[in-house]
Design a protein around this ligand. Structure first.
Ligand code: ADP
Ligand code: VHF
Length: 374
């Protein structure tokens, strides 16, 4: 097998002892498994939960706190302890660890998203092991990932990973929760995640210390697949567990068919993270050109502009039947576009100081059209 880029997500339930505190033995085992992957030449990004688990006891809480303030305070104490453990343990394997704390906002804002990509790329280039967690202590309630499953999916897309391995306390997805239904059957392989699969995991985490449960893992797997990343959800023991998973001998569920094309970084941002700032209606010729001929959108094809947006924002593109056919990052503001809509590119340039010929360049455009839409 050639060199692969692998994102490994370790959930709270796989890092804690029976009191809910951080288990040093588990950290040691995960680290030795990651070190084995690296020895084989693979690149690894680690998404690790465990900050709340590592911190709550020092704050005087008898058990893992349930309030947001309690969890944020515990994470503020625990994140340092967590990364200290990892740093020391990885050092024994000759691996330098780096800490990155991310929030939802880092994925919404194009500049921050691109920056995160640049930092991760540089760390991997220098053979450093990035260890990522949600920035729990500052995340605003509505913006939090809550659990790290979705964060791991988005990061695996961001770094163009080959695989996302989600390690948890159960060996894969079952058709019912096996903790409550002993006759539940495990899926060894799923080509895709359907609504039926999501329905099998209705209840949230029933492990004591995890957050999202199997449902959030499947939602994350679905996102990772759409970003071109294959997924494994399950468990394992010993230092060879990650290599075994990679070789197809893992104890869990393999998800994906290796067919999804990986989206480039900027297109991922447009597809999954960018806020929508307005809409542009285009004529039939322009719709055909951007949908079927691989062309950019020019001012001549613009019929109507809705909303207030600036150059660099992302807008929806609507056809003459008022169907959304895609979205893209504009090179003109709404004010400029209102001036030049319908004009030939040469005339458009003379009416504004904008040097661009295209309203949306084809590299910053994402089709969302159904088969038959013009
Ligand atoms: N259909 C299902 N198959 C497998 N696990 C399920 C299912 N439905 C619910 N679960 C629960 O999901 C739990 C794993 O999620 P969670 O506790 O959040 O883990 P982590 O801390 O690793 O993120 C399992 O312990 C199991 O109780
Ligand atoms: N960011 C939190 C993780 C929250 C959580 O429990 O996540 P998970 O183990 O993925 O269900 C922490 O570090 O404690």
């Amino acid at each position: 097998m050639g060199k692969k880029r692998i994102v490994v997500k370790i959930g709270s339930s796989s890092l804690t002892n029976k009191n809910g505190g951080l288990s040093q033995n588990k950290i040691l085992e995960h680290a030795s498994a990651i070190a084995e992957l690296r020895k084989m030449g693979h690149e690894v990004v680690l998404i690790s939960s465990g900050a709340v688990s590592a911190g709550f006891a020092d704050l005087g809480y008898p058990s893992r706190p349930v309030t947001t303030a309690g969890k944020q305070a515990a994470a503020a104490v625990g994140q340092g302890l967590l990364i200290q453990s990892y740093t020391e343990v990885f050092k024994q394997h000759g691996i330098i660890a780096a800490q990155l704390l991310l929030t939802r906002n880092d994925f919404y804002k194009n500049e921050q998203y691109t920056n995160a990509y640049a930092t991760l790329t540089e760390l991997l280039k220098r053979s450093v092991l990035p260890i990522i967690n949600e920035n729990d202590s500052v995340s605003i309630d509505e913006l939090t990932f809550g659990d790290n499953d979705m964060l791991s999916a988005l990061v695996s897309g961001l770094v163009h990973a080959d695989y996302l391995i989600i390690l948890t306390d159960i060996n894969g997805l079952y058709n019912q929760n096996p903790r409550t239904i002993p006759t539940a059957r495990r899926y060894d392989f799923l080509e895709e995640i359907t609504d039926e699969h999501l329905g099998m995991t209705n209840n949230p985490s029933s492990s004591k210390f995890g957050t999202g449960g199997m449902k959030s893992k499947l939602l994350a797997a679905k996102t990772a697949l759409s970003l071109g990343v294959q997924v494994f959800v399950g468990t394992g023991t010993g230092k060879s567990k990650l290599l075994e998973i990679l070789e197809g001998r893992g104890d869990g569920t393999y998800i994906g068919s290796q067919l999804a094309p990986a989206l480039k970084t900027q297109k991922q941002w447009i597809a999954f993270h960018s806020p929508l700032s307005g809409a542009i209606e285009v004529d039939d010729g322009a719709a055909r050109a951007i949908l079927h001929e691989g062309k950019s959108l020019l001012p001549a094809g613009v019929k109507k502009v809705s909303g207030l947006f600036a150059a660099g924002d992302v807008v929806e593109i609507i056809n003459t039947n008022h169907e959304v056919i895609g979205k893209g990052q504009v090179q003109y503001s709404s004010d400029e576009l209102n001036l030049i809509k319908g004009m030939a590119s040469q005339d458009a340039k003379m009416h504004t100081n904008n040097p661009h010929s295209e309203v949306i360049h084809r590299n910053k455009w994402l089709s969302m059209a159904k088969e038959k839409t013009i």
